[in-house]
Design a protein around this ligand. Structure first.
Ligand SMILES: NC(=O)c1ccc[n+]([C@@H]2O[C@H](COP(=O)([O-])OP(=O)(O)OC[C@H]3O[C@@H](n4cnc5c(N)ncnc54)[C@H](O)[C@@H]3O)[C@@H](O)[C@H]2O)c1
Length: 437
């Protein structure tokens, strides 16, 4: 395929050389004449392992050339890859001035171009940038509408400098956000031969993936450092500790605990996070990430409470009291705080949880229930039907399979609040609201 690549920095140079190696015909575009000249001379403008070799080969076999001329590049390509910088503004916000300038230049040429063109954003941009900010720039400059004459795709880049060529051919995944299937399929063809999963999604999701990745990478590094700081103080080797930590691919390095929604609770996580913070304080450390785990969880409890209060309804039916399904354990179950907040606002609360009801009579948690939440027992019902009948708002608190029986009972007048992605809007008659979706 014929591809123009805008911005010959780290991402643009690597993409140009690697796509040329894969057999595509590449025109690299940059405002910087020195970079353009170096590439046309078969040299790399940046220090990056093997990049020079790939650029030299691309120039020699005529699959790669560079220019400063946007019109030449757009008219002689089917797709344009945008790889210009997206720096921070002084305020910390995202500066889209380079992407806007490129889109204006490409749009002006699209005015003259017959046939379809795909604009692929590789630059890192916040959700909404491609659709709400840059598509209008392309539309205005080209006089065309997206989907009619050109398409817009988000394709975030995951390469790491120093191993960029290797990463290009072996990415963790290739993510394509597109506004139509044809555009997504065309981009998939460009990547044919590149390893790893290929994911098609919405443009905004693709944009958000890149920020989620980088925030998580920052969090991982800073978390590891904070744990290492405690290790040093308590006489543990931080590297040995993290080596063992990383062996756990069931709970630690795994999708577990990565389902956005309800705050965490139970008998271990809150207690042990508190314990670690107390120890850090004792040895003279102030560790912002560890210190803010519990406040972050409390904030999520407030978000849950406000979702219910914002309905302005009086009668609240809650499905689940234990901190997760298939247990009767209510120790530090976040819903207890939420119910407490609702009662302070004079809401009528009805609860159904067959595991907790059984435990209240016979189980090991009988004492805990009597100690931690005796008042809650007055709000219990033994009947799912009664809870639905008497409630304006129905809240899914955990994923107990028994709650499936409630779905057909829900009427149009109900508001369903789903904290755990138990169901979806198409499965309930009432108004549906999910916590993080
Ligand atoms: N560097 C990385 O490791 C990396 C990894 C993943 C994603 N990204 C993202 O990719 C994007 C590019 O990053 P980079 O490090 O390659 O940037 P860079 O600063 O190295 O290169 C950007 C290039 O764009 C050129 N440019 C600016 N305006 C232009 C225009 N109107 N027309 C043509 N060229 C123009 C500049 O001259 C420069 O050569 C950023 O959004 C960045 O966040 C970077």
């Amino acid at each position: 395929m014929k591809i123009s690549v805008f911005g010959l920095g780290y991402v643009g140079c690597v993409s140009s050389a690697a796509f040329a190696h894969m057999g595509h015909k590449i025109i690299g575009v940059d405002l910087n004449k020195i970079k353009v000249g170096l590439i046309n001379d078969g040299k790399s403008p940046i220090v990056e392992k093997n990049l020079g070799k790939y650029i030299k080969a691309g120039i020699k076999n005529k699959r790669l050339r560079a220019t400063t001329d946007t019109e030449d590049a757009v008219l002689n390509s089917d797709v344009s890859l945008i790889c210009v910088g997206t720096p921070s503004k002084k305020s910390g916000g995202l500066d889209l001035k380079y992407t806007k300038a490129v889109c204006e230049a490409i749009g002006k040429t699209l005015k003259k171009k017959k046939g379809n063109h795909i604009v692929i954003f590789k630059s890192t941009m916040l959700p909404g940038s491609a659709e709400d900010v840059l598509t209008p720039v392309l539309e205005k400059a080209s006089g065309k509408k997206v989907g009619k004459g050109f398409d817009v795709v988000s394709n975030p880049e995951f390469l790491r400098e120093s191993t960029a060529i290797y990463d290009f051919f072996n990415p963790p995944s290739t993510v394509i956000g597109a506004n139509n299937k044809k555009a997504a399929d065309t981009v998939e063809k460009i990547y044919k031969g590149v390893k790893g999963p290929f994911v098609k999604t919405t443009i905004k999701t693709a944009e958000m993936v890149k920020y989620t990745d980088n925030c998580f990478h920052g969090l991982k590094a800073a978390f590891g450092n904070e744990i290492g700081d405690v290790c040093k103080k308590v006489g543990v080797d931080g590297h040995e500790l993290m080596r063992i930590f990383c062996l756990d691919t069931k709970l630690n390095l795994s999708p577990y605990y990565f389902k956005p929604g309800f705050p965490f609770g139970g008998s271990c996580l809150p207690k042990d996070v508190r314990g670690m913070n107390a120890e850090a304080k004792k040895v003279g450390l102030s560790l912002p990430i560890l210190k803010n785990i519990i406040p972050s969880n409390r904030n999520q409890i407030d978000i849950c409470t406000n979702m219910i209060l914002n309905t302005k309804k009086k009668n609240i039916g809650i499905l689940g009291l234990s901190f997760k399904a298939d247990t009767d354990d209510i120790r530090e179950s976040p819903i207890i705080d939420i119910i407490h907040n609702l009662r302070k606002k004079r809401k009528n609360v009805m609860i159904y949880d067959s595991n907790v009801l059984t435990a209240q009579k016979f189980g090991a948690n009988k004492d805990v229930i009597e100690k931690e939440a005796p008042h809650l027992m007055d709000h219990f019902t033994h009947s799912l039907a009664e809870l639905v009948r008497k409630s304006d708002v129905i809240v899914f608190e955990n994923k107990d399979k028994e709650f499936e029986k409630v779905l057909p009972m829900i009427k149009k007048k109900h508001i369903v609040i789903d904290f755990v992605r138990f169901t979806s809007p198409d499965k309930v008659k009432g108004v549906y609201e999910g916590l993080c979706w």
